[in-house]
Design a protein around this ligand. Structure first.
Ligand code: PGA
Length: 251
C-alpha cells in the first residue's frame, strides 16, 4: 500500500472557538483542494474547539493536541481518550516538544499514551526531535533512537499502523530556523530504518513520517518532495484557512 502525503495543522494555544468556526467555514474548500493533490489533511485544535471542529470537519482529520492515558480519575486539568473520542476526534498528538519542555512529559509518558490510544483504536502522531544543543553535538540520531525505542515499547506491528511519526527538531519549531530539506530527509530516512530494525521492512515502508518545524507555504514543496518525508506537521502556518490553503496549493 502506497503511503499518502499528509498535511496536519497543530494549532497549539491559538484559535479561539470563534476563530475555529471561521476556519471550519472553509473546511470543505480545503478538503476539495487537498483531494485534487491526493493529500490527507487534518488539524489538532485546542480542547474547547475540538467538538465543534469534529462536527464541522468536512473530511478533515481531527486530533486532540494531547490526551491522558487513563480513561478517568482524579487528574485535574486533564482530558481522557473516551472524552475526545466522544466528540469525534480520531486521535491525538503525543510527545510534542512543547509538552516535553513545559509539562515535563518524558518518553515513558509518550509510551503510555500511544499504547492507550492504539488500544482504543485511535491514532497517534508521535513527535520526536532533538534540541539545538543535541543537534550541534551530533547526537540527533541517538536522541531520536531512544525516544522511539521507549515510545514504541510494547506496541505491536498491527498497532503501529495507527501511528504516524513526526520529526520535529526542537530548534526549528516556531523559530523560523527550519531544518534543511537534506536534514529532514536524512532523519526521516533514519527513522524508517529504525522501524525496519524494530518491526519489519513492510512496517517501515508503510509508516508515515512527517517533518515539522517552521514549515510555510514557501518551503513546504521542498520537504514533501523528499523520498522519506510523507508530509508536514505545521504550527503557525496552519492557523487560518487562507494560509492552510496556500500550503495545500504549494504541495
Ligand atoms: P511551527 O510549529 O510550524 O510553528 O514551527 C510546528 C509544530 O510545533 O508542530
Amino acid at each position: 500500500m502506497a503511503r499518502k502525503k499528509i498535511l496536519f495543522g497543530n494549532w497549539k494555544m491559538n484559535n479561539t472557538l470563534a476563530e475555529a468556526k471561521a476556519f471550519c467555514a472553509e473546511a470543505e474548500t480545503l478538503t476539495a483542494a487537498a483531494a485534487k493533490k491526493d493529500l490527507i489533511i487534518g488539524v489538532a485544535p485546542a480542547y474547547l474547539s475540538l467538538a465543534y471542529v469534529a462536527e464541522h470537519k468536512a473530511g478533515l482529520k481531527v486530533y486532540a493536541e494531547e490526551v491522558h492515558y487513563l480513561n478517568h480519575g482524579a487528574y485535574t486539568g486533564n482530558v481522557s481518550i473516551p472524552m475526545i473520542q466522544e466528540v469525534g476526534a480520531e486521535g491525538s498528538l503525543v510527545g510534542h516538544s512543547e509538552r516535553r519542555a513545559y509539562e515535563k512529559e518524558n518518553d515513558f509518558d509518550c509510551n503510555l499514551r500511544l499504547k492507550a490510544l492504539t488500544k482504543a483504536g485511535m491514532g497517534g502522531i508521535f513527535c520526536v526531535g532533538e534540541t539545538l544543543k543535541e543537534f550541534e553535538a551530533g547526537m540527533a540520531e541517538d536522541i531520536i533512537r531512544s525516544q522511539i525505542l521507549v515510545g514504541l515499547m510494547g506496541i505491536s506491528e498491527a498497532d503501529l499502523a495507527h501511528i504516524i511519526i513526526a520529526y520535529e527538531p526542537v530548534w526549528s519549531i516556531g523559530t523560523g530556523k527550519n531544518a534543511s530539506e537534506e536534514i529532514a530527509e536524512n532523519i526521516c530516512k533514519y527513522i524508517r530504518s529504525l522501524i525496519e530494525e524494530l518491526y519489519s521492512k513492510k512496517a517501515a515502508q508503510q509508516i508515515e513520517i512527517l517533518y515539522g518545524g517552521s514549515v510555510k507555504p514557501v518551503n513546504i514543496h521542498g520537504y514533501l518532495a523528499q523520498e522519506d518525508v510523507d508530509g508536514a506537521l505545521v504550527g503557525g502556518a496552519s492557523l487560518t484557512a487562507a494560509s492552510f490553503k496556500e500550503l495545500i496549493e504549494n504541495c
